[in-house]
Design a protein around this ligand. Structure first.
Ligand code: ADP
Ligand code: MG
Length: 369
């Protein structure tokens, strides 16, 4: 560096944009953050609407609590959240969100607006518009029902490289976002979840929806069809973990005590595969929170392939365990979950899966030979 340069602070808006770009990295992160806010608001209906596969707009409407007028000013400010106030809260947190970063990031990266209405205010809703910084710019009265609609238009409009990247990879991004929404739709019971898309020219089409079912089984049938469900077996695996000297107990498990991990869900019957099943039908959750668990997927696939080498299984697996056995605060999008002592869980899982498959009839039906 030349000696005559001056070190100076980056302009506040630019800092905001750079940081926002770490929370909202692609189409998936927009959908994920908005849908999770709907669930956190206690919604029983969530409607996700794309225009031009999200390149023009993404709208998420919920019938949850709505936002009260005294929060309009702070709702999109960075690190303003109604869900967490101190670091100790993290371990007992029941909500998806807790950082107060999503709406503030979306203000910096798109044309962003909110229409919201609480129970008391209905049918008088308020449309909120924001500055890039997340500061409230204007409010206007519109008609509406209880709940909140968040509208994100022209994503990455001020980050030309990111925008071009999105347009170029839209096919792949679109596949990813639909998988992610499938994942939320299947796990959330008692919520009507609808996803629709409208091309630039043409009619809006519903891509899939659930009906507010009381069970994940019915959700899976709504999303993937009854034929898929008929090829699955229920799974309720119990893995006993022994405390080790590793981080498993974090001082919380007593000598001699064990921790129980339960894996609930569905997996393809070893021979009755549809033949079309692809890895995108592999859905993992930790305590109902959708996440990517590549190591778990690997064990499932390996065990499954020892019975049926030509197909990959459909997997819907919710790993239920005590909150002190994992950490969600690892990556900004919270999709990476750190499971303490994962090795032991995986060894146990392998054994339990083999046991599950062994008790199934693995002879190939005549019709499939
Ligand atoms: P976080 O979810 O981490 O709190 P967000 O930036 O996603 O941060 O949202 C900020 C705040 O705005 C939330 O804490 C919540 O109070 C409010 N909010 C956001 N979306 C909704 C919604 N759909 N319904 C009601 N309140 C919402
Ligand atoms: Mg949130």
């Amino acid at each position: 560096m030349a000696a005559n340069v001056t070190i100076k602070a980056i302009e506040a808006n630019a800092v905001h944009q750079i940081q926002a770009g770490q929370v909202i990295v692609d189409l998936c992160s927009v959908a994920k953050e908005l849908v999770e806010n709907g669930f956190d608001a206690g919604a029983t209906a969530i409607d996700v609407r794309f225009k031009n596969q999200g390149l023009d707009s993404i709208e998420v409407q919920d019938n949850g609590s709505g936002i009260a007028a005294h929060n309009y000013e702070s709702v999109a400010l960075k690190h303003y959240t109604s869900k967490l106030s101190n670091y100790d809260d993290l371990s007992t947190l029941q909500t998806f969100g807790f950082r107060g970063e999503a709406l503030s990031s979306l203000c910096a990266l798109s044309k962003f607006s909110v229409i919201t209405c609480t129970q008391e205010d209905a049918p008088r809703a308020t449309k909120l518009e924001f500055e890039m910084s997340g500061k409230l710019k204007s409010t206007s009265v519109v008609s509406g029902q209880r709940g909140t609609t968040v509208i994100v238009e022209d994503l990455f409009r001020n980050l030309p490289v990111r925008r071009r990247e999105l347009e170029r990879n839209i096919k792949r991004e679109w596949g990813k976002v639909i998988n992610l929404l499938n994942q939320y739709a299947c796990i959330q019971t008692d919520v009507k979840f609808t996803v629709s898309q409208q091309p630039t020219k043409g009619k809006r089409m519903v891509l899939f929806s659930t009906k507010g079912n009381p069970s994940t089984r019915e959700n899976i049938i709504n999303v993937f069809g009854v034929k898929t469900m008929n090829a699955l077996i229920g799974m309720d695996l119990k893995l006993e973990l022994i405390p080790t000297t590793g981080p498993l107990d974090k001082g919380k498990l007593k000598e001699g005590a064990t921790a129980e991990v339960r894996i609930l869900g569905y997996v393809s019957r070893p021979v009755h595969g549809e033949g079309r099943q692809t890895p995108d039908r592999q859905m993992f959750y930790v305590n109902g929170r959708p996440c990517g668990l590549p190591q778990f997927a690997k064990v499932f696939n390996e065990v499954y392939r020892s019975y049926n080498s030509s197909q990959s299984p459909f997997i819907f697996a919710d790993i239920q365990l005590d909150t002190h056995l994992y950490d969600v605060n690892v990556s900004p999008d919270k999709r990476t979950i750190l499971l303490h002592d994962q090795g032991q869980m995986l060894d146990n899982l392998r054994e339990s899966l083999i046991e599950l498959f062994e008790t199934q009839d693995v002879t190939i039906p005549v019709s499939q030979t």
